[in-house]
Design a protein around this ligand. Structure first.
Ligand SMILES: [Zn+2]
Length: 303
């Protein structure tokens, strides 16, 4: 069942990213992944629509397109030129859709937030606020997002409004690497499939802590930069190093100076420290790798 669950989760995320978020009735029957689709239907991740498909492929000969009609007994049937009248079940004639609000609610439950937070839609069909998590004594605001790219600017505005800087966590059905260069590139975007698995009873979380610790970075890469200073993170060969507020401020000053040496007096003033007490090596005691990569000092108190 593990394999089927993995395939089903991939299909679910794929459908959530589609404009209509529906699957034609023929899609279920003819797909090589029909078992996985049926599994999604059984657990309620997919629901049957109310409308009838305007045409379905004949289930008997798979040659002709048929127009389904309701019959007097409350079922459905369709006439095929070769096969005659064919009885049909609802699954044969109604499109299946995925309801993203339902997925958001399941996520809220899997995260253990359901009792304390109400899963709230922020942008209809695109962004939900699931609640707040405490991770290593830091409060994180967790969102679920689907089809984020099209509304990236609006999503950014709302996330900035609802979460403290650097405290947002966005679980998304899209590929985070596709959003890296856009307005959402600085957010912690976690691919849903990397941390959520389908089980009989619903969603189960795995690996989320590793993403929150930022030891796993979506998309990998080996970037070394101070690009994420606004989130108090230094990147060294793709690995994120969380920074203390003071160290972050120090690095921001160096970053702004753009390579020009700064005297420690100027730095101490900016950090509101006594210049005599100022010693970069002490300040970076718990951030040694960051110091080694980004800071160079001379013997005249300049950095
Ligand atoms: Zn036929």
């Amino acid at each position: 069942m593990q394999g089927c669950n993995d395939i089903a989760m991939a299909l679910l995320c794929g459908l959530l990213e589609q404009p209509q978020r529906t699957l034609h009735a023929d899609g279920l029957r003819l797909s090589e992944y029909a078992d996985a689709y049926r599994h999604l239907l059984d657990i309620g991740a997919l629901v049957s629509g109310n409308e009838l498909e305007s045409s379905v492929l004949c289930p008997s000969c798979s040659e002709h397109s048929l127009t389904p009609v309701a019959d007097s007994a409350g079922g459905y049937r369709a006439y095929c030129f070769d096969c005659g009248w064919i009885p049909l079940v609802p699954r044969d004639v109604k499109p299946l859709s995925v309801v993203p609000g339902q997925i958001a609610r399941w996520l809220t439950a899997a995260l253990g937030l359901a009792g304390r937070f109400r899963c709230e839609p922020v942008i209809d069909g695109v962004l939900w606020r699931l609640g707040e998590l405490e991770h290593r004594r830091k409060r994180r605001t967790v969102f679920f997002g689907s089809r984020l790219i099209e509304q990236a600017a609006a999503v950014k505005t709302h996330v900035d409004r609802l979460a403290a800087p650097g405290a947002e966590v966005i679980l998304t059905t899209a590929d985070p690497t596709a959003m890296a260069d856009g307005p959402l590139g600085d957010f912690l975007l976690i691919p849903l499939r990397a941390v959520v698995h389908l089980r009989k009873a619903g969603f189960v979380l795995e690996n989320l802590d590793a993403y929150l610790d930022r030891t796993l970075r979506p998309g990998g890469g080996n970037e070394t930069s101070l690009r994420l200073l606004s989130r108090r993170i230094a990147l060294i060969e793709g690995e994120s190093h969380p920074l203390s507020p003071q160290v972050c401020q120090f690095l921001s000053l160096l970053d702004k100076a753009g390579g020009e040496p700064l005297h420690k007096r100027a730095i101490a003033d900016a950090l509101e420290m006594n210049v005599d007490a100022f010693k970069a090596a002490t300040m970076f005691k718990r951030h040694k790798p960051v110091y080694d990569v980004f800071v160079a000092g001379d013997h005249n108190g300049r950095y």
